[in-house]
Design a protein around this ligand. Structure first.
Ligand code: ZN
Ligand code: ZN
Length: 589
């Protein structure tokens, strides 16, 4: 930094595709700071180093940063770019802040530019300092790209491209640049394995009125697939050639791009004379609205996933009850739950790292047990398990909490309050187009009524055999209720309220739900069309954790109906002990 006249250097948790899960190559923030959480921003100056992260990661960051000189900078809920204010406050006029523009989101870059220029602080984005100091920096992933075929690909890529071109021209543009990996995978009906848990591949895409170009590293797309793509108007170009291709674009029409989904570097690469139209990627909106065929695949996938979970939970109860067994650890939970899923058809991989937290570990929101650090599951307490799978027929994400030994009245009260939040939102009907962040308070209300709150959003969009977190909808108090967050039919979202008592226990219950039109409301009723949630996730909610006195009659009916459905749909996929377990755990209360 001294050599180059840089006073502050910033490393965001980001790659050129603004992915949530980063290839090792771009995990510079983790390499520099030692904080392994998936969200955080590192800033270093001559006399200071700190990591900004939100409430989900504070406990983890405190542990990982202990004894280092890196400070934990706590980001308040809803203030995700607090570090911009910090820079503006601590930099002196004439100083220089540097960040690699290739991994800086365009929207964040603008905030940063504005805040710094107001203080006469320069922003440099043309340098990746990490490349000079990170000697054993991992190379880029090189997994093979493959085709998602029918029946799981429910729309031909030619149809998707035609619809996209219509949207581009409707927005007044001629070309479109896409860098987000799930948008690219969805649009071209292609999948890969470059990123942990997400079946995507590293690429950028440029859509012209006639052809489309995929910028993807040499050797990743097999020749036969290359030929298929070429015939359908999709050309391949070198991954590293993306910037140069943008710089060479003619000025004969506007380029559409999504400021939240491309980097500052991409925007800077466009020639000065090219007009830019900014809008949410049309693919992000189209991808979120699953069609009937996709919804049917997800329902079938949920039966397999639920059956795998029944086998797992049946095994877990037997293991805990066996006095002869070896000590059971949180790490073993991950091994067994993944093995149960892997026995099911069309399983590809977990959809994120399993969170298995016993007692106080359940209160750490993104807890990951490791060989080096984990709890043994013995004695009394609650065990929280959040896990999911990638299948050709859909992506799953589910949290359940089970009792170990004897649990207390306080455990049961918290568990029941969380369930009441889950039921309240699951049973809600709302006008089509309702901004998704506004629904958050409905799940929170029964928890707020007890003077309790939780530090994460209530729900996130979920992809179809794609990312477990996708937009544009987000049921979260920290998301702005902007037009693109509107709820539309076909969207799949999680509902996952929780209660966390640091040092004691954590409770979260999570189902995935599908937006369905309310029958009869579409025909031009006085108040327009309404939506309801169809619960997709199929797995018993442990009634041993309930304080029945806290449930209203309608809530009890919801739970009993849910368990009747779970029993009916999962029973055909189970046998023996797991089937008996399903019957026990779906008894009406
Ligand atoms: Zn989850
Ligand atoms: Zn989730």
């Amino acid at each position: 930094m001294r050599q180059q006249g840089i006073d502050a250097f910033m490393v965001p948790s980001a790659d050129p595709h603004l992915s949530e899960y980063l290839p090792q190559h771009w995990q510079g923030r983790e390499w520099l700071s030692g904080f392994t959480g998936s969200v955080g921003t590192f800033i270093i100056t001559a006399g200071f180093a700190g990591v900004w992260t939100d409430g989900r990661y504070w406990t983890q960051a405190e542990t990982e940063l202990a004894g280092s000189t890196v400070q934990l900078m706590k980001i308040a809920s809803g203030a995700s770019v607090q570090y911009v204010d910090w820079l503006a406050e601590h930099m002196q006029p004439g100083q220089t802040v540097a960040v690699d523009g290739a991994v800086l989101g365009l929207a964040v870059a603008r905030l940063l530019e504005q805040a710094l220029s107001a203080k006469n602080v320069a922003l440099r984005t043309d340098r990746d300092l990490l490349d000079q100091i990170w000697q054993d920096r991992p190379s880029l992933p090189a997994a093979e790209v493959y085709e998602l075929l029918p029946p799981y690909a429910t729309r031909p890529r030619a149809d998707k491209l035609a619809a996209l071109r219509a949207a581009i021209s409707q927005l007044g543009a001629r070309r479109h640049v896409i860098s987000t990996l799930d948008d690219i995978a969805w649009l071209f009906n292609l999948r890969g394995a470059d990123v942990n848990y997400n079946p995507v591949f590293l690429a950028h895409a440029l859509i012209d009125p006639v052809r489309a170009t995929l910028f993807v590293a040499d050797g990743k797309v097999p020749p036969a697939l290359q030929a298929v793509l070429k015939e359908q108007g999709v050309d391949l170009a070198p991954y590293r050639g993306f910037g140069a291709a943008l710089a060479a674009l003619p000025a004969d029409g506007a380029v559409l791009l999504d400021p939240r989904r491309v980097t500052y570097g991409t925007r800077q690469a466009l020639p000065a004379g090219v007009k830019v139209v900014e809008s949410v990627n049309p693919t992000t909106l189209a991808k979120s609205r699953k069609d009937e065929a996709e919804a049917a695949h997800v329902r079938a996938t949920m039966e397999q996933d639920g059956a795998a979970l029944c086998e797992f939970f049946c095994w877990l109860e037997q293991a805990l009850a066996d006095p002869q067994r070896a000590p059971l650890t949180e790490v073993a939970i991950n091994t067994h739950i993944t093995a149960a899923r892997a026995r099911r058809p069309h399983f590809v991989s977990p959809s994120f790292g399993t969170i298995a937290g016993f007692r106080s570990n359940g209160a750490i929101m993104h807890y990951r047990a490791s060989e080096a650090s984990h709890a043994v599951i013995e004695g009394d307490g609650l065990l929280l398990i959040d896990s999911g799978g990638q299948y050709l027929g859909g992506t799953t994400d589910i949290t359940r909490v089970v009792p170990v030994g004897t649990i207390t009245a306080e455990h049961k009260r918290d568990f029941t309050l969380v369930l009441k939040g889950m039921i309240a939102l699951s049973a809600t009907r709302f006008p089509k187009g309702t901004r998704s962040p506004m629904l958050d308070a409905i799940a929170r209300a029964p928890i707020w009524a007890a003077g309790i709150d939780f530090g994460h959003g209530t729900g996130h969009g979920v992809g179809f055999f794609l990312n477990v977190h996708e937009g544009p909808q987000s049921i979260s108090p920290s998301a702005m209720p902007e037009p693109h967050t509107a709820m539309e039919a076909g969207m799949i979202t999680s509902i996952e309220p929780g209660i966390y008592r640091p040092g004691r226990w954590g409770i979260r219950i999570e189902n995935l739900v599908l937006n369905q039109p309310v029958e009869g409301s579409a025909s031009g009723g006085e108040f327009g069309e309404f939506l309801r949630f169809e619960t997709l996730t199929l797995c018993p909610i442990d009634t041993r954790c309930l304080d029945l006195a806290l449930l209203r009659e309608d809530e009890r009916a919801w739970l009993n109906d849910y368990h009747a459905t779970v029993r009916q749909r999962l029973a055909p996929h189970l046998a023996g002990d797991a089937l008996a377990w399903l019957h026990t755990r779906t008894e009406a209360v």
